[in-house]
Ligand binder design. Structure first.
Ligand SMILES: Cc1cc2nc3c(=O)[nH]c(=O)nc-3n(C[C@H](O)[C@H](O)[C@H](O)COP(=O)(O)OP(=O)(O)OC[C@H]3O[C@@H](n4cnc5c(N)ncnc54)[C@H](O)[C@@H]3O)c2cc1C
Length: 434
């Protein structure tokens, strides 16, 4: 009763929204934009700056290729939305539908790729095995060796910074408001329902709250009694000086991932290699036997790409930091490795790095997102744990979130993405191709 009274007192002094979205990454902004387009009053709370988490640090690949079968219908819808997004947002997003090329020199991986192609084709995707001649046409001058190559022509890429800025402007022009430097402290419930969000400087009343806070979602959801077994993986990205036209495709070879930007620069990542972050915030979300049991098979399957480096463990011993959006540590050895691989692939070309950064991915044990409605009265919509896929899939996730808020359901089957799968022990090791 006291909680209801203090909420009522706070509410009389507070701002009021139809929906509060926590997190101005691409998932939060896409959701906020879809909601505001439906004429709802929407506030976005962002602890830092829009896109400061993963959403401006990523590679900008918009790929269906390699996604798990559960996720593919949503990703296929997202791909269709990307084609219309520059028009909808009224902005140049540097969207290029140049396809996604994936190579492997490992016969056991090649079998996985072939199995995945069959699944994708059954869903109507244009993915196919390509010959060495086709690879030479897609990436002229590439000399790397490979056992198998697959290509999805309908995949694309976009500029993450431009996408974030454009979603933000489009949301604001629909009447939405973004509060930056304004972390949400807590989703407040009273009388068996969600009543709003407590921020560092007040309260926003709302019966609907979207938690899209990336690596910060777990801490918010734990306060509502929901365990979110998300682990953090840090990845380093480098950008080179512009080079003559290389390719319109996004390419991933197992040793290096790259795409060329509109102005000719090349974005590089060391084979998608990630460093498992073992700090207090990350460990805090895994410290139950059940959650560790779910996470270990994921690490094992992807051990080639995921590394637990002693330095990462030692650097956090004694740390009490529980950061919600960690800046990953830039691995300059990864940058050097990626540049050396590119030099070997493209003899005679020069690769001069001009910047490097790291970002921290929020991964679930099955590498599938969490898309669910939780909390008392179903007032909390969760869209988090994008597991390294969130840039490409975000437009469709935004639409799903808006459908959940306005209609209470989505036309997609969201059962595989429910939060309870982890406590039910129903989460399987990842089925997608890394
Ligand atoms: C190096 C790297 C490469 C990647 N490459 C790709 C790619 O090529 N293609 C692809 O599809 N995906 C890629 N990803 C993944 C993709 O970037 C993410 O899945 C996606 O950006 C997640 O978006 P988000 O909005 O859920 O999270 P974020 O972008 O992390 O946004 C969450 C936001 O919430 C804010 N926040 C946190 N806690 C609070 C709080 N309490 N109150 C208010 N705000 C809060 C944070 O400040 C942050 O801005 C990559 C990721 C990384 C790191």
């Amino acid at each position: 009763m006291r909680a209801v009274q203090s909420y009522q007192a706070a509410e009389s002094r507070s701002r009021r929204a139809d929906v509060v979205v926590i997190g101005a990454g691409i998932v939060g902004l896409a959701s906020a934009y879809e909601l505001a387009s439906r004429k709802l009053k929407v506030y976005v709370l962002e602890g830092g700056e829009p896109g400061i988490g993963q959403s401006t640090r990523n590679w900008g690949f918009v790929r269906q290729q390699g996604r798990a079968v559960e996720e593919l219908p949503i990703m296929i819808e997202a791909n269709g939305m990307w084609q219309e997004l520059p028009g909808r947002l009224g902005a140049d997003l540097e969207w290029v539908q140049g396809g996604n090329l994936r190579l492997t020199d490992q016969p056991e991986r090649a079998d996985d790729y072939l199995r995945w192609i069959e699944t994708a084709r059954a869903l109507g995707l244009d993915s196919r095995v390509v010959t060495a001649d086709e690879v030479a046409r897609i990436v002229p001058g590439f000399t790397g060796q490979f056992a198998l190559a697959i290509f999805t022509p309908s995949d694309g890429q976009a500029n993450p910074g431009k996408v974030i800025g454009s979603y933000l402007r489009a949301f604001e022009s629909e009447g939405g408001e973004v509060y930056t430097g304004s972390p949400a402290r807590e989703v407040v419930t009273a009388g068996g329902r969600v009543v709003g969000v407590r921020t560092h400087d007040g309260f926003i009343a709302s019966s609907s709250v979207v938690v899209a806070a990336g690596t910060g979602s777990g801490a918010l959801l734990r306060k509502l009694g929901c365990q979110v077994p998300v682990h953090f993986v840090s990845q380093t990205v480098a950008l080179t000086e512009p080079v003559p036209r290389l390719t319109d495709a996004c390419v991933w070879t197992g040793q290096v991932g790259f795409r060329q930007t509109a102005n000719g620069q090349v974005l590089l990542s060391s084979g998608g290699r990630g460093e498992v972050v073992l700090d207090t915030a990350s460990l805090g979300s895994l410290l139950s036997l059940r959650q560790l049991r779910q996470a270990v098979p994921m690490y094992w399957k992807n051990r080639e790409y995921l590394q637990i480096r002693p330095r990462a463990v030692l650097s956090t011993v004694g740390s009490t930091r529980r950061s919600s959006y960690l800046d990953g540590e830039v691995r300059y050895d990864d940058v050097e490795g990626a540049l050396a691989t590119m030099a070997a692939y493209f003899p005679g070309r020069q690769w001069r790095p001009i910047s490097a950064w790291a970002g921290t991915i929020d991964g679930t044990p099955d590498a599938l997102p969490i898309l669910d409605v939780v909390g008392p009265g179903g007032g909390v919509i969760v869209a988090t744990g994008m597991s390294g896929h969130g840039f490409g899939i975000a437009p469709a996730v935004g639409r799903i979130v808006a459908d959940l808020v306005t209609a209470g359901h989505s036309h997609h089957d969201l059962w595989p993405f429910r939060l309870r799968r982890f406590v039910e022990g129903a989460a399987n090791p990842p089925q997608h191709l890394l």
